[in-house]
Design a protein around this ligand. Structure first.
Ligand code: FE2
Ligand code: FE2
Length: 205
């Protein structure tokens, strides 16, 4: 993705986040781009979907677009969920669910075989968790708080548990119960899980 494309995506990301009117949005945007964190330029992965500069930003917007559409479907089916699935909460949880990846990708040159079987050097990334090896969903949730955003409990839980059981330590009964309780209490958790899956496996496949 070139710099002009990334700039447009960043504008959309910032506009959506500011549309919530939530206190601390500007502080959080600065934090996501503070040199150590490279959220706006990072890839979404090394070998899977959107493994290019700006890929993480594109994925976050894809999840937000999917989540806003799923919100309409959910409210059409269950009008009583309109407040629990507020537009602002859907935007905040979807755009910020993967910010844990902002500091893990280091640009490198790697040798790969081209279509003719010849070794060539290409741009790629190494993964380095050493900046803050806290995990995935829980790391995103903590980074939102460190970034200074005024965030609600249900938004934090939707970010924490967006990977569902894939983010559960093996045999941890306490965390299994926490995940199920969060999902039972807050439909936002299920909505973000669904949107993340839809974006990664349908929109970006
Ligand atoms: Fe994730
Ligand atoms: Fe994701």
């Amino acid at each position: 993705m070139d710099l002009s494309e990334i700039k447009l995506l960043r504008q959309e990301f910032e506009t959506l986040l500011r549309s919530t009117g939530r206190e601390g949005v500007d502080d959080l945007i600065d934090y996501l781009d503070d040199g150590k964190n490279r959220f706006f330029n990072a890839p979404a992965s090394v070998n899977h979907h959107l493994n290019t500069d700006g890929g993480l930003l594109q994925h976050s917007l894809n999840v937000c677009h999917a989540a806003l559409k799923l919100r309409e479907l959910a409210i059409a089916e269950r009008p009583d969920l309109e407040d629990a699935l507020s537009r602002d909460s859907v935007i905040i949880a979807s755009l910020l669910h993967d910010i844990c990846k902002a500091d893990i990708y280091k640009p490198v040159r790697k040798r790969r075989k081209d279509a003719n079987g010849l070794l060539v050097e290409v741009d790629s990334y190494d993964i380095d968790y050493s900046n803050f090896p806290m995990g995935h969903g829980e790391k995103s949730a903590m980074m939102v708080l460190w970034g200074g955003l005024d965030i609600t409990q249900e938004e934090l839980l939707a970010i924490r548990w967006h990977m569902t059981a894939w983010d559960l330590p093996y045999q941890s009964l306490e965390l299994t119960r926490s995940l199920n309780t969060a999902r039972d209490m807050h439909p936002l958790c299920s909505l973000i899980q669904l949107a993340d899956n839809f974006a990664a496996n349908i929109m970006e496949a």
